[in-house]
Design a protein around this ligand. Sequence first.
Ligand code: GDP
Length: 192
Amino acid sequence: MAKPTGRTRFLGSFVDVLPEPTLPEVAFAGRSNVGKSSAINALIGASVARVAKTPGRTQALNLFVVDEAWIAVDLPGYGYAKVSKDMREGWKGLIEGYLGTRPTLRLVVCLVDPRVPPQEMDTGLLHGLANAGIPTLVVATKIDAFSRTRRADALRTLAAAHRIDPSTLIGFSAHEGIGKDEVMKAIRAAVK
Ligand code: GDP
């Protein structure tokens, strides 16, 4: 169980029945191993997202109340190769069910890995969100893996591959704190 960090408290892990919608919500989505836990930790408080890291156990939505003002929703990481088809379908249902029906959802932060070619599941999610008219922020994780001079190029290539406006793509590093302020600014604007 996650420990409260002061301004962030763990609300719970939810599988089918979610708590009544109250505060505005920001969901975090991404492939397994993209750096989602690290990003959530860097953004809203240490170790809150360490709740369920084993692929078989992450079939839940983990909710965290931040500053008593908004709720961070850690969606299960998708695309993990070693799980059964049933489990993958379960994840898809859980993620799509939440995204499609949650009235308090204000923003989806989609985490993508700029070091690998564009992944079908990422593109699918981005298109689905755009078609549904759900505001989306695309964040390229682990940007520290590129030298400073190559970062802008890496972001441009990734934006082109996903056919998104490069100005909406934020380079991020949990390890080096890059892009944190920019992402938090977008979140605050979405939940106010
Ligand atoms: P999750 O499965 O998406 O929750 O990913 P994690 O946050 O657990 O991170 C997966 C792996 O990526 C770990 O080995 C992390 O150390 C690494 N990682 C996460 N964030 C960063 C980052 O900002 N920079 C680098 N270079 N590696 C990172």
